[in-house]
Design a protein around this ligand. Structure first.
Ligand code: COA
Length: 350
């Protein structure tokens, strides 16, 4: 038993922001951004929301797959930037699509979200719990970045990608996933800290400085930044140690791809396309080199879209699919990596 991709879709915000425009807003240059990352522009949401883009991408994917809403029995959305804490983006999509027979939920695996979604769908298919799934990656990262931090805000963009997948006898050959929570701090974004009348009374900075549990420092101590006023409910922005993330990606991604290929009994040469998370062209080049594969096998859209976290792989897949570059029977690899740290790689027959 396995999974097959039946249709793909994507949606991007209307506004395109170029590196040149960013030059006018902050101390950066088109040359710096392009040479370090490959990114030239990105789509930024103004009126669009994570859910609206996710619904649009899903509708296109369903149409391409020739699937009716009632046929979908599983909706999984990878996102770190849903519009609401609850209901989940997946449940909002279910409502919009009238996919009344689906079980719907979000997952937070950051930029590996789509790959983790595929893995979960595969497990549901294998256990007989579902037949047809809608897997979505949707993000509005522009609201999570600090637009005064030039080292991060130039990297990200907004958008959504979706794929309808079905249980079949052939399709996914192997998938690997991994996580390393010990390195979570290298790419992180705090949520709202606990902020109640009780915390204001009890949880002073001194409390956190003294607090320890079984010799470990209290995890909440990291959230002590402003425990003195009423501005505590303001969420924090994304923070990243770019060089650490870079090192993690170039070490982990080729390894995960090789593991997936080995388990599938396939050589890299047999792969038509490698769809990698679109974070940085230099990461993609390093992976291609380690796998001994030409860059032509690595489609990219980061030049136009930037890094769209969980949406990046399904958007890229849809862009290539729309250009009719994929033929049934082609063997492809998809790989995602990001905050968590998390990573996943899948070998699939298109
Ligand atoms: N414009 C101009 N200068 C910038 C800048 C910008 N947008 N952002 C940072 N700089 C400066 C830094 O301040 C630093 O200046 P200094 O040398 O005077 O201190 C200099 O550029 C080099 O910064 P550094 O962080 O060492 O650059 P880098 O070569 O590591 O490139 C990244 C930074 C973020 C592009 C790179 O580390 C990267 O791509 N990492 C992976 C990030 C990623 O993919 N994250 C998402 C994973 S899902």
């Amino acid at each position: 038993m396995s999974i097959k991709i039946m249709g793909t879709g994507s949606a991007l915000p209307e506004l395109v922001v170029t590196n040149k425009e960013l030059e006018q807003m902050m101390d950066t240059t088109d040359e710096w951004i392009t040479s370090r990352t490959g990114i030239r522009k990105r789509h930024i949401a103004v009126t669009e929301t994570t859910t609206l883009m996710a619904v649009k991408a899903s509708e296109i994917a369903m149409k391409k797959a020739g699937i009716e809403p009632e046929e979908i029995d599983l909706i999984i959305v990878g996102t770190v930037s849903g519009d609401k804490c609850f209901p989940s983006t997946a449940c909002q999509i279910q409502e919009a699509l009238l996919a009344k027979n689906a079980v719907a939920f979000d997952i937070n695996a950051a930029c590996a979200g789509f790959l983790f979604g595929l893995t979960i769908a595969d497990a549901y298919f294998q256990s007989g719990r579902a037949q047809t799934a809608l897997i979505v990656g949707a993000e509005t990262l522009s609201k999570m970045v600090d637009w005064k931090d030039r080292s991060t805000c130039v990297l990200f963009g907004d958008g959504a990608g979706a794929a309808v997948v079905r249980k079949t006898d052939t399709g996914m050959l192997h998938i690997v996933q991994g996580s390393d929570g010990t390195r979570g701090h290298v790419l992180a974004c705090d949520n709202r800290p606990v902020n109640t009348p009780f915390t204001r009374r009890l949880f002073t900075k001194e409390f956190f400085a003294r607090a320890s549990f079984a010799g470990e420092s209290f995890p909440g101590a990291a959230c002590t930044r402003e425990f003195s006023g009423d501005n505590l409910s303001a969420p924090d922005y994304l923070k990243m140690d770019g060089q650490e993330v870079f090192r993690f990606a170039v070490r982990t991604v080729p390894k995960a791809i090789c593991q997936a290929l080995e388990k599938a009994g396939i050589l890299p040469d047999e792969i038509q396309y490698f769809f990698l998370h679109q974070a940085n062209i230099r990461i993609i080049e390093a992976v291609a080199k380690k796998l001994g594969q030409p860059m032509e096998k690595f489609p990219t859209n980061l030049q136009k879209c930037g890094n769209i976290s969980a949406a990046s792989v399904p958007i890229l897949l849809d862009h290539v699919n729309r250009e009719e570059k994929l033929k049934r029977g082609d063997k492809i690899v998809m790989a995602g990596f990001g905050a968590g740290l998390t990573w996943g790689a899948a070998v699939i027959i298109w």
